[in-house]
Design a protein around this ligand. Structure first.
Ligand code: 5AD
Length: 352
């Protein structure tokens, strides 16, 4: 049997058993150009069987671009002097939620750099207030690595979900993307803590980050297969001009879509966003992600004056269908491919 038919069988095996070995994932990735059509079609079919044509929406509020970390790929790294820094007040954030609620959002994602200026108490009060004002909404936090006890306090304050990408599962590769004070072990420990506490947890990785090999991507798929996150967010690496990786090439959108399909086949119940980075790399990137198995979009609900300052990478999209207030634009684009948004918290549910 030739390699392509072997690999096509592996896609079916993944769809049926939700499990492959690292070696099997490698065969898929090595042959992805020949497999992408089959993988996309099957992943799309599985997504529609499980979720219909409804796409969950999350209002993304970028609460602060101040960060104590110095990740080599990220435009918000502390050594970037060209980043115009801001921190929203609790009042700003509550106003974003109010606006988002009116627009039909039932999940608010509070995302920010690791900004010591936000105390745990302040964040807990904020979460509790959002839950009080919008008891039918979910609150997702994405504010980086914290101690287990801080995560517990966030949870006790009412936070439902937490996003923390592992970025790359391979320890050596992790060290090539981050300065020495950041540890891949601690990051994975954070994810474990979050899950044990009871959060719905999201993780994910960069596709095409500098020095990445197929083995690294296999390790990412294996890590996710073992960890079983509720949410899986991946996106292509895109250079940011004021970082050490400013001259590196961007990741590949085809490969990212193929990985979305593999993740969908392995994790039929997972919430998988069509990420902003995918929409930034190509005009139809968001649609392609959805047709490859994504079922979530996260429009930007930050105060418009600050959107251009949350520059994780060059040309990051924050207008058009990416802007929460232009939900009609998003809706029209989804309609064009046969999908629609739904007004729902969109919690993870294992029942099929
Ligand atoms: N390209 C693509 N994604 C990036 N992120 C940070 N910098 C970049 C970049 N240059 C992603 C990281 C992080 C998320 C919030 O943004 O994966 O987890």
């Amino acid at each position: 049997m030739n390699m392509i038919s072997t690999a096509t069988k592996l896609i079916i095996k993944l769809a049926e058993g939700h499990h492959l070995t690292q070696e099997e994932f490698r065969i898929l990735l090595e042959n992805y150009k020949d497999l992408q059509n089959d993988a996309t079609a099957l992943a799309r079919q599985k997504t529609v069987e499980r979720f219909g044509k409804g796409i969950y929406i999350r209002g993304l509020i970028e609460i602060s671009n101040i960060c104590k970390n110095d990740c080599y790929y990220c435009g918000l790294r502390r050594s970037n002097p060209h980043c115009r820094r801001y921190r929203l007040t609790s009042e700003d954030i509550l106003a974003c939620c109010q606006k988002g609620y009116t627009l039909g959002f039932r999940t608010f994602v509070l995302q920010g750099g690791e900004d010591g200026g936000f105390s745990t108490e302040e964040l807990c009060d904020l979460v509790a207030t959002i839950k009080q004002q919008h008891p039918d909404c979910a609150v997702t936090l994405s504010v980086g690595e914290r101690s287990r006890s801080v995560y517990q306090q966030f949870y006790d304050a009412g936070a439902d979900r937490y996003l923390l990408r592992h970025e790359t599962a391979d320890e050596q590769h992790y060290r090539q993307l981050h300065p020495e004070n950041l540890s891949p072990k601690i990051r994975k420990q954070c994810l474990k803590d979050l899950k044990e506490i009871g959060f719905q947890v999201g993780t994910g990785f960069l596709v095409g980050s500098p020095y990445q090999t197929i083995d690294h991507l296999c390790a990412d798929l294996m890590f996710i297969q073992d960890f079983k996150p509720h949410m899986i967010g991946i996106g292509p690496f895109i250079p940011h001009k004021d970082t050490p990786f400013g001259q590196m090439p961007a990741g590949d959108l085809d490969l990212t879509c193929f990985l979305v399909s593999l993740l969908r086949l392995g994790h039929p119940n997972a919430l998988i966003p069509a990420t902003t980075a995918m929409g930034t790399l190509a005009i139809n990137g968001r649609e392609r992600a959805i047709l490859a198995g994504a079922n979530v979009v996260m429009p930007n609900l930050s105060p418009p004056v600050h959107r251009k300052d949350y520059t994780l990478y060059n040309n990051k999209l924050s207008d058009g269908a990416e802007a929460a207030e232009s939900k009609d634009v998003l809706e029209a684009r989804l309609h064009a491919i046969g999908y629609h948004t739904v007004i729902d918290r969109g919690d993870f549910q294992s029942a099929s």
